[in-house]
Structure formats: structure tokens, C-alpha cells
Design a protein around this ligand. Sequence first.
Ligand SMILES: *Cc1c(COP(=O)(O)O)cnc(C)c1O
Length: 421
Amino acid sequence: MDHFLYRDGTLHAEDVAISDIAAAVGTPFYVYSTATLERHYRLFEEALSPLPHLVCFAVKSNGNVAVLKTLAKLGAGMDVVSGGEYLRAKAAGVPGERIVFSGVGKTRAEMRQALEGGIRQFNVESEPELLALSEVAAGLGLRAPIAIRVNPDVDAKTHEKIATGKKENKFGIPIARAREVYAEAARLPGIEVVGIDVHIGSQLTDLEPFELAYAKVAELTRALRADGHTITRLDLGGGLGIPYERSNSAPPLPVEYGALIKRTVGDLGCEVEIEPGRLISGNAGLLVASVIYLKHGEGRDFLILDAAMNDLVRPSMYGAHHDIIPVQEPTPGLEPQPYDIVGPVCETGDTFAKARPLPPLGPEDLVAFRSAGAYGAVMASEYNTRPLVPEVLVSGDQFAVIRARPTFDEIINRDTIPSWL
Ligand SMILES: *Cc1c(COP(=O)(O)O)cnc(C)c1O
């Protein structure tokens, strides 16, 4: 469920007409709904209660500081994968003890930054990382709290680019070697073992891979305790999928996911952490664009938008589907027409949808890409010197620009000319 509905013939974000935002900000832009962000966060909160738990929002799905602050005010933790994301979480007022640091390639500088600024735990993904972290922490006179990310060799049954839990993926330590690596961790002066971490992929639309992975984590918890380790936290990762295609998909609900967690690891007396990104931010955002031209091609009509692959890369990168709807509510009875929906970038890959049925549209009409709040703005670039797409946050009847569109001067003046030119 989200808070983007037609009212008086126009698509609204909560109580704000999308066309009013477009008039004020210009297109393209992202718009997020506070009520939807809050609702999705609370669904996880409720799904995990009464287990002791922390819901850590995956900052990589949507890192805007205003979005993070909206969630932080509700008590959310944050899962970060870079020093930059760590600083975003801090800028949103999230205390270090609610920030988890994930990722396969943490640098020593990032480790130091997080240790000095405060950190709940590092999710360690390799032995070289473990050694480096121990050295950095010991050098600061600290012990770094860690969970080791285990790779359970489970098929997440999702897109190959976002599956992370198979042995051929670069993530984590093979679960079969976990006891050995935990023994090594326990011997290191700068390390304090606190838990186990697992994350098997993104956009999972079936609960079975979670069930298989979490059963392995439960077994490992018992084995590690028998080896003398103190395991007080289980970080179960993110990855619950969302319905990108409203007409034909119904992924599992957070409450079903919560029941699975309770069933598989609920009796271990651990604090449970989860790291959802997409399910909290995905359906809380739209990308709004204008039609520039309607171009009649051979056997097809192209709807050329002012948004492009640099603004929303998921269709060209993952072949992903986004529902696209007109901002003006279509008049009932109008026959939908098939359109190839494309952007202005000079690549054939700059195609959002092919033969997509939509009510008749023409120049200056506004359209909205649904489910664009996750992995949308954060993956945007300035390819073709198209200004980074701005972001807007709505709350009730208010809206605010939470990242402004840069001017061309700002963009071009970032380049500097060497002395010899
Ligand atoms: C990407 C990622 C997440 C979030 O995944 P979603 O599918 O957005 O829920 C959580 N944890 C880790 C370690 C990740 O890499």
C-alpha cells in the first residue's frame, strides 16, 4: 500500500497534487511520501515484536538525509555500506550505536571513521578484512564489535545481479568455514564477536530461501555457542521484495516474514537485526516526468520523456519493470495504446518500457513511474550532462525540495582546467 492516489482527477502524493509539485520544481523529479515510509517501517517493527530487535534501514536504497531522518525519528537503525553512507546516517541524527557497517571492501579509513564516530557492529566479509579491522581498532585502543557475514549457499531466486547468497558470489564467508573464522576472530586483540550476519539478495519474492538461510544461521548459532563464543545478535539482512507490477505480483508480507524469523531463530535468545531497504523506500517514491515528444515510428509510437536512464537506471540495468501511469487520471472508456517509453539519452538502452499500454498521451503530459523510491535517485548520474534529478518529500499537505536540481554552472564548474591548458 502507498499514499499515491488519484483525487479530483489528478495523482496526489498524500494531500499534494503531483502537478503542483511539477509546476514548482520542474520535471523530472523524485517524490517521496512520508506516510508510506513510516507505514512500511512500522510494518517491520510490528512483524518482529515482541522479539528484541532493531530495524536497520538499508541506506543504499535511498540515502537522502531527509528520508533517513524521517525513519530515524521513529527509532530506525541504519545499515551502511560506505563511509559516505555512514556520514549520511550521522547527518540524519542516527547515533552510532544504531549504525551497522556492511560491505565487502571497507577501507581502513572507513573503519577508523566508524570506530571513532561510534558503531553498533561491523559485518565482516573476509579474513583479510577481519585482520585489518583488528589492527585499526587495536591501534585506537578499541575492540570492534563484529558479526561475520556467512554465505549460506542458498539460491535467492532473484535477478542474478542482486543475488548474494550463493557460493559463487563475492559476499561473506562460506558457512562451512565459519567456525574456523570465528575461532580466529576470538583470538584477535581488536575484535569483539557479538553475532552472525547473513544477507542473501534483494527483491526476493519467495520466503523459502530466507527459511533455508535462517535455519542454517540457527544451527551455526548453536555450534558457535558450543565452541564458547558469545552470540547475542543475529543480523538477518534485507531483501524482501515489493510488487513492481501491481497487476500480477503479490510478494510475501512483512508479517509473514516476521513469523518466519520467529519460527527459525526466535528461540535463541538473540536480538534480531534486519536490513530492509527496498520494502521501506521502494513504493514510497515516484519518478515524475513530462512527455517531450510523441514520435510515430514504424509500427510503433515512441513516447519520449524528459527522464532518462541516468535518472532511473533499473530498467536498462536489470531489465526491471516499473508501472508507469499518467498524472491526469484517464477518462474512463479511452482505449489504451501501446507506447515504447524512452528517454533522450543517446543509447538504445535508454528504454523504460516497450509496447506499454497507456491512455493516449502527448507533449507536456506528466507521467509517474511507480515503485521508484528505492535504487532510483541513489543510482542516478549526470550522463549526457543531465542535471542530477531533484528529490521532493511530501508530508500531509506540505512538500519540500530535499535535494535541489544543480545548475549547469555548478555542474560545469566542478571540472577544473590544468595549468598547461
Ligand atoms: C542491499 C543490501 C540490503 C538491502 O536490500 P533490500 O533488497 O533493499 O532490502 C541489506 N543488507 C545488505 C548487506 C545489502 O547489501
